[in-house]
Design a protein around this ligand. Structure first.
Ligand SMILES: Cc1cc2nc3c(=O)[nH]c(=O)nc-3n(C[C@H](O)[C@H](O)[C@H](O)COP(=O)(O)O)c2cc1C
Length: 337
């Protein structure tokens, strides 16, 4: 594949979601393969000391690259954790041939440019069960299970653990400092979470059981002096998103990459059908709440990602977050190197 072609594939890969938009990846392209590396310089030592969520992010980037390759008419074979002694060499994508792109390939590739994390409340419309089944099948291709949180006792336990984790995080100065370092007020920033992409009101006040991560560090605008609303107005509609938990049998880099690929695939299929999503991973950040989730939900395996899904509001679909230029993350090498 020509350099121009790899540039397009890597541009698509970098549109993948990543924890705090850290984009913890770098790529090396030769004519017939793309190597994906974990970039330790972009680590989150407080939130993600083992790199689990960053490796999941890289797994999503691998999947986005494969989708872009297929849409460009190439077959790609993925080898995860190549055995070359470098633990940060996460994946190798080899171009094995050419074939005409299908409509499905093109639809998923188009979804790469349309997808972004939507944290605003979703419409009350439920996600059709057939679609949840489809997402489960897609994830299974990467040995990842998808468990919808539907039983009320599971919802109560999960909601409790998220709140507990959020409270622990907000009480931890090192966590707040790390989060602050990745928040961006400049709309042209190439990484980090733009303030426009996160709701400005206190997540505790929104009519939803599901507490989204609070990205506002420090002082929040006080609403105490707002005039009272119309006392006869109906209470705001409570958001009822579909919440799914992704998990794997193992809990090592290989499993995290698989979970990331499943996440990437699932998000693209969801986007192509008009759905939006936002991860809610606070309870999985901390070993204590993550282990409790395993036992309270009687999980077989390890929870890797909690996703809130639904139809986005008509008015706002959230701000688009920045990406580092491809030239900063992609290096070319000659054949056989
Ligand atoms: C492993 C992982 C964990 C994440 N956890 C959260 C989270 O707890 N809360 C949240 O609002 N977004 C979360 N995100 C979404 C990222 O903040 C988002 O992908 C990033 O800012 C880039 O924005 P985009 O998805 O709109 O491209 C997570 C993403 C990944 C890949």
């Amino acid at each position: 594949m020509e350099e121009q072609g790899w540039t397009q594939v890597v541009a698509a890969a970098t549109r993948a979601p990543s924890i705090h938009n850290t984009q913890p990846w770098r790529f090396v392209a030769t004519p017939d393969r793309l190597e994906v590396f974990f970039d330790r310089d972009r680590a989150l030592p407080v939130l993600d000391p083992t790199g689990r969520q960053q490796v999941i992010s890289c797994g999503s980037a691998v999947e986005f690259a494969v989708v872009a390759l297929s849409a460009a008419g190439y077959d790609g074979e993925v080898d995860l954790l190549t055995d070359d002694g470098d633990p940060d060499h996460l994946a190798s994508i080899e171009v094995t041939g050419t074939r005409p792109a299908t409509d499905e390939d093109r639809a998923l590739a188009a979804a790469i440019g349309q997808r972004h994390t939507v944290r605003a409340p979703f419409q009350p419309r439920a996600v059709p069960p057939e679609l949840v089944d489809r997402l489960q099948q897609e994830a299974r291709l990467h040995d990842t299970w998808v468990k919808p949180i539907t039983r009320s006792e599971e919802e109560v336990a999960t909601v409790f653990l998220i709140s507990r984790a959020e409270e622990m995080e907000q009480g931890d100065p090192a966590y707040r400092e790390e989060l602050e370092r990745w928040m961006r007020t400049d709309p042209t920033a190439v990484d980090g979470v733009p303030v426009e992409a996160v709701p400005s009101d206190d997540p505790h006040t929104r009519p939803s059981n599901w507490l989204i991560r609070d990205f506002v560090v420090g002082q929040r605008e006080q609403h105490a002096f707002l005039p009272p609303g119309d006392p006869d107005a109906p209470p705001p509609e409570v958001e009822r998103p579909t919440v799914v938990l992704l998990g794997t049998a193992g809990d090592d880099r290989f499993a995290w990459l698989q979970a990331g690929r499943a996440l990437g695939r699932l998000l693209l299929v969801a986007t192509a059908t008009g759905l939006a999503a936002s991860p809610l991973t606070q309870a999985l950040d901390w070993p204590a709440t993550r282990t409790r989730m395993q036992s309270r939900l009687s999980l077989v395996g390890h929870p890797q990602m909690l996703l809130r899904m639904g139809y986005p509001p008509d008015t706002s679909t959230g701000a688009v977050s920045g990406r580092r230029p491809v030239a900063d993350v992609l290096r070319f090498e000659p054949a056989g190197s």
